[in-house]
Design a protein around this ligand. Sequence first.
Ligand code: ADP
Ligand code: ASP
Ligand code: MG
Length: 473
Amino acid sequence: MKERNPQKTLVMKFGGTSVGSVEAMKQAVDIVRQSKRSWPRLVVVTSALSGVTNLLLDSAVRSARGDKDAALPAAEALTARHHELIDSLVTDPARGALLKEEIDLLIADFASRCQAICLLGEATPRALDAVAGMGERMSVRILAAAIDSAGIPAASVDSTSLIVTDDCFQSAHPDIEATTRQTRRVLEPLLNQGQVAVVTGFLGATPSGVITTLGRGGSDYSAALIGAALPAEEVWIWTDVDGVMTADPRLVPGARTIPELSFREISELAYFGAKVLHPKSIRPVIEARIGLRVCNTFNPDHPGTRLLAEHSNQSQHVIKAVTAIRNLQLITVEGRGMLGVPGVAARTFGAVAATGTSVPLISQASSEQSICFAVPVESTEKVISALKNTFAQEIARRDIDSIWATGEVVIVTVVGAGMRNTPGIAGRIFSVLGENNVNVIAIAQGSSEVSISMIIDAADIHRAVQALHALIV
Ligand code: ADP
Ligand code: ASP
Ligand code: MG
């Protein structure tokens, strides 16, 4: 591992809402100003303005369906929002005018890509990544100019020159060695000159330069990768809530900030739906022994959440948080002939994997007569048809009786490292769900015993999350 620079290095990431309006971006610039005082080497990773990635992707999808004017209203809205930021935050008019030209070119590029997609009648994952990435390519230029206008020397950097990935579009995997090399090569000279490097989140590129993205919400991952590559002392994720909370505050109004969490706990939380941190962002910071903090752009004095390498025994809470993943269906493969037949599970998940679907939860009845697992609603049809093909013979022989999907379900997960040493916790969880009339369809417990997950009907999500949250006292 490379020696750390004797001068301290900090990587900060601003999410979409943190740069999504003039007020928010002013606040972000202020945070950069404050942080630069204690951190001479500062990298700022930014998301697209809130809502922009959705707007870009939605236009591309509508173009693919034949709407040749799909990009027009989007282009208008994008121009208005980005120009407003430039007018308010870039003090030098000549620089502002040049920047507007750059933004207009990116928007024109977006519109022509949508036209091409419309003509082809298809939006390939590669085309979608090129379109989705426009949001960060616009925001990074404006944020860098706004920081610079505030008297803090800053330069914008497209992470396509830092993050080297494979061509698994829409969820590309970084090549860590190449990314480390490139990140240092491009960022070190800027940091050594005392400039703030303002870098696009979310984006990478293949070795031949084709734009890729790291997956939705992937800017957190970009910050972690850059932090690990330099390496930085700390990575701070600036978002729109006071850190990682006991539940999504949109689901549970009484949710509270969790001041400290172990990496294992945060991994379970992120994996099981706490959108506040991308699950992939945790591994790079653990491996490089980097401090991670999640904090609120709109309440910067709040300490937020600190991640600890190990579970601290100081917390008095056995259950620390409750999370949920929505928009799932549970698929069951069942049949009396499955009993003891080796390889059924391997063939099942082989068939699922071949459809490109990831499975957040699996549960098998001990009688071995059924396997069930959750998949995103939009994948259900293709997964069932792949399974019916794979098991055509077993179905004909009646060894497998049926392959079917439930209605919409959610996974609700309870997280807390203290659960491992607390007998009876599962009993309390199921009693509270029962008392609240929530039917549990399937259960899975992480082998680390840091989490217990339950599949429940989608209609019960509020009742279940609120009832389980009440167990955190
Ligand atoms: P950003 O754009 O800053 O990356 P995100 O929308 O991706 O922000 O993530 C922040 C959101 O995550 C919060 O506004 C909150 O609604 C949601 N969230 C879900 N679960 C949690 C949780 N346990 N703690 C905090 N926020 C959560
Ligand atoms: N802008 C991207 C998204 O909306 C990445 C991010 O915000 O983290 O998914
Ligand atoms: Mg996010």
